[in-house]
Design a protein around this ligand. Structure first.
Ligand SMILES: [Zn+2]
Length: 388
């Protein structure tokens, strides 16, 4: 089944982890043997060949560079100018991937349809732009018995480019609104104002505060440019204010439910309901500490915690049950977000193993159209509506 992954940090891995993502995963791992500068050395799960093998033909790929004042808890670049330059370097890597035919940037409806055709994606009724809801019988199968078998489809040939929608995770690198406009011209289509800690335009994970004047200015400019707001990483106050100010389309690229994993990084039920009302799709991540409570980085192991992919199905099911339908749930793995096999489900070797998810959802009683919607249809429908 075709898969849409709403959150990967591909260019960060290329530039800051020094990974040649065009190479086979084993080769990338072997090359990192003996390196200890990052916790996930030798344990990466993402590269372009594995995306193709897993039929993950469309992703949201980030630019990411945090600016940190001396008091910032996590650190980052020492000036916004350096952060901007880093994101421009990351863009340069995406451009080279495009020139090599490895990737293709998707910025509008026409490019999206062309790419879906290239990857032979089914146009299931749930993701058609016309009509906001499928007939009752097609969408109420959240708890229903398993029905149609999914048609098996071989992964596409190695030559197909991975489509990517350019997104900015944390907006500190946006020096002025003119830089946001320049980024839009470069293909930027989604923006998350915050990352970890206090940021220039919003407060992020593990911090708390107002978006302030600059945050409002950014969100209004995003509205004007018709950018998508990524609500992931916004702290509770900034979340509330951002959704009040911003009128355009909202998604949460990689977030779980606070009820299952109690932490300010995840969304409360009220926040999730607010996102549903705004038509958002929530991408389910595969970072272990966001999947189960009390994960201790560098201490807890996937084996010890018996963390399996099934847990992702549980998170997806939680979002669907809360929404009362399967229209707001998607995939946003974050699998290359600074961790590897030491911090993801034990039964996942590479990102291609996402192909086991349809079976796990089917075992939970999900019907084929709902599974398709979760694996790719909801985010595709979202983009069609945002870009029409
Ligand atoms: Zn993130």
């Amino acid at each position: 089944m075709f898969i849409f992954d709403a959150h990967l940090d591909l260019s960060m891995n290329a530039l800051e982890w020094n990974r040649d993502l065009t190479r086979p995963i084993q080769e990338i791992r072997d090359r990192e043997k003996g390196q200890t500068d990052k916790p996930d050395r030798g344990r990466g799960t993402v590269c372009l060949p594995e995306l193709r093998r897993g039929n993950i033909g469309l992703v949201v790929a980030t630019q990411i560079a945090r600016y940190a004042k001396p008091t910032h808890p996590l650190g980052g670049w020492h000036s916004p100018a350096q952060a901007w330059a880093m994101t421009q370097g990351q863009l340069a890597w995406y451009r080279v991937m495009e020139e090599a035919g490895e990737m293709v940037q998707i910025t509008n409806a026409e490019e999206l349809e062309k790419h879906l055709k290239l990857w032979a994606v089914d146009d299931c009724p749930l993701i058609r732009p016309s009509g906001t809801l499928a007939p009752e019988g097609e969408r109420d199968g959240v708890r229903g018995p398993a029905s149609l078998d999914a048609p098996s489809r071989e992964p596409g040939p190695a030559s197909k480019p991975i489509g990517y929608i350019l997104s900015l995770e944390g907006s500190d690198s946006i020096l002025t609104m003119a830089h946001l406009e320049r980024s839009y011209a470069q293909g930027l289509r989604a923006v998350g104002p915050a990352h970890y800690g206090p940021g220039t335009y919003a407060f992020g994970t593990d911090s708390e505060g107002s978006i302030g004047r600059r945050g409002r200015e950014l969100l209004q400019e995003m509205d004007r440019l018709k950018l998508i707001l990524d609500a992931t990483h916004l702290c509770d106050t900034s979340f509330r204010e951002a959704l009040d100010v911003f009128q355009g389309p909202v998604w949460a690229s990689h977030s779980n439910a606070r009820t299952l994993t109690p932490h300010n990084r995840q969304f409360s039920d009220d926040q999730l309901r607010e996102l549903f009302r705004r038509g958002a799709v929530i991408g389910a991540p595969l970072d272990a500490w966001m999947m189960i409570p009390n994960w201790e980085r560098g201490k807890t192991t996937p084996e010890g915690a018996q963390l399996k992919l099934e847990k992702m199905a549980e998170h997806i099911d939680y979002v669907c049950q809360l929404a009362g339908n399967a229209r707001h749930s998607g995939i946003g793995t974050d699998l290359d977000g600074g961790f590897g096999r030491e911090q993801c489900p034990v039964d996942l070797d590479t990102i291609a193993d996402l192909q086991r998810l349809p079976e796990l959802l089917r075992a939970r009683g999900y019907k084929f159209p709902d599974i398709e919607a979760i694996l790719h249809g909801n985010f595709i429908r979202f983009l069609r509506e945002a870009w029409k």
